[in-house]
Design a protein around this ligand. Structure first.
Ligand SMILES: Nc1ncnc2c1ncn2[C@@H]1O[C@H](COP(=O)(O)OP(=O)(O)OP(=O)(O)O)[C@@H](O)[C@H]1O
Ligand SMILES: [Mg+2]
Length: 438
């Protein structure tokens, strides 16, 4: 039974999208390749063309086979691939069955397309034992390498092909060094996309995306280049710090979140209070606590708890604060804070930080800064210094490694990032609309 779903509103495909649609067909110069890799700018039409190509190829070539549909998380996969895929099938009038319980899958005719997340190093375990005739990996540069290797290994049916798409990362990323740079020798069809390859983007939309990034992220996400980081993590903040500072908190802070990074003997305890204005228009560092264990002497757990209780009281006196996101590596300290919070009747939930990849968090702050939506209260001096001084490791030019050798304050960056990482996609995509209108 075909689930009722709105039909995808197709518009003309660009020449590059057409290459992606038919790379595997007789007559294509790439027909003998086993892997398709589409990389390049955001919003350039890679995913849509990849889904169409993968569906037509798999339905035309196989029956009774298994296929892999992989995304960074199941949520991302559903949003980017499964949703559009249902609309595309509806537009083509092809019946399908979406099984949401147990092993999530889509059945089209006698073919089965299983959903997988490539979240962490153990995600690949779920692929073990599977024999597949093909795979579609969306945003593959965000996957752990072992997942991609396992996925390639699982596609062992005669004539199997793997379709990968991604935005560029650092030039040292294995997709660049192992697949793109060795495309010819490894029989990989490499198609590079820029926004010009998506004919549905208006000039205004394109410009809106262009304003969302600066520096290395502009090169990667807008220009579609595998560009290396260079020096400062937040060059714009470092160059024009004053522009990002406020004497007073904005009037319309809706609520605030606390981030906690615990310090070891060579680092610092850092607490951040981050507020959000209406519609996530601005993200504002409202308050901080910073204690450097090396310079100021090491605190006992009881002293950390007392500092935390103080910090939360100060925050709650002025703003709505419901949760604190804490460095999950320190479970005993988190338990201590939880007990202290209950005892002091603070009314905040103590939760683990998600710890998303550091580069996701950096891209998020870079984007907020590019859009002029990030602010700090002037008294948050540790945070101001931390953002202005953050640098990439000069010894690792082709890998995105934030320098963490004790010379800069990583702790305040971490605690700030913990306050936003859970909602950073909402902040970017919801807040942008309001920010643009303002
Ligand atoms: N031929 C087409 N007809 C209709 N809509 C299209 C077409 N090609 C692209 N689009 C639309 O353009 C937008 C961007 O396309 P898509 O999601 O495929 O880009 P992408 O390169 O995968 O972007 P990202 O790197 O951000 O994931 C989507 O909303 C998509 O539906
Ligand atoms: Mg995409």
């Amino acid at each position: 039974m075909a689930a009722p779903h709105s039909a995808f509103a197709f518009q003309p495909f660009s020449a590059q999208q057409k290459r992606l649609l038919y790379w595997w067909r007789e007559g294509s110069p790439y027909r003998d390749c086993d892997i398709l890799l589409a990389d390049g700018s955001i919003r350039s039409g890679k995913t849509i063309a990849c889904i169409c190509s993968f569906l037509i190829w798999s339905m035309e070539r196989f029956s009774g086979q298994n296929f892999i549909l992989a995304g960074k998380t199941v949520g991302a996969l559903k949003k980017n691939v499964i949703g559009p895929m249902q609309q595309i099938l509806a537009a083509w009038g092809i019946p399908y069955h979406y099984v949401r319980s147990g092993e999530q899958r889509i059945e089209i005719g006698t073919n089965t397309y299983y959903l997988y997340d490539a979240h962490n190093e153990s995600s690949q375990d779920k692929l073990q034992g599977l024999t597949a005739a093909g795979a579609l990996a969306d945003e593959a540069a965000l996957f752990p390498r072992n997942f991609i290797e396992q996925m390639l290994g699982r596609c062992s049916v005669d004539g199997a092909k793997v379709f990968l798409n991604c935005n560029p990362e650092s030039p040292g990323h294995f997709i660049k060094t192992e697949l793109i740079d060795r495309a010819r020798e490894k029989h990989i069809c490499h198609l590079h996309f820029t926004m010009a390859d998506n004919l549905t983007l208006s000039q205004a939309t394109r410009e809106k995306y262009e304003r969302m990034f600066t520096g290395v992220f502009y090169k990667r996400f807008i220009e579609g280049l595998w560009a290396a980081t260079d020096g400062l993590v937040y060059p714009q903040f470092a160059d024009e710090t004053e522009r990002f500072l406020l004497d007073e908190a904005p009037e319309d802070i809706q609520y605030a979140v606390i981030g906690v990074d615990f310090g070891g003997s060579k680092s610092a305890h850092s607490f951040t209070l981050t507020g959000f204005t209406r519609g996530f228009r601005q993200v504002v560092v409202l308050d901080e606590y910073y204690h450097n264990n090396t310079k100021q002497g090491r605190l006992s757990p009881a002293q950390v708890e007392a500092a935390f209780v103080d910090f939360v009281r100060r925050a709650k006196a002025r703003w709505r604060v419901y949760e604190a996101r804490c460095d999950s590596a320190e479970q005993t300290l988190i338990e201590g804070l939880t007990v202290a919070a209950v005892r002091a009747r603070l009314g905040v939930e103590i939760k683990n930080a998600l710890k998303r990849p550091i580069n996701d968090r950096i891209a998020f702050y870079n984007s907020l800064i590019a859009q002029d939506r990030f602010r700090m209260l002037r008294h948050c001096t540790a945070h101001i210094r931390a953002f202005a001084q953050a640098v990439y490791d000069p010894d690792e030019p082709v890998r995105d490694i934030r320098l963490d050798d004790g010379t800069t304050d990583i702790d305040s960056l971490d605690s700030t990032e913990y306050t936003t990482e859970r909602i950073q996609d909402d902040i970017l995509y919801l807040g942008r609309e309001t920010a643009c209108r303002a």
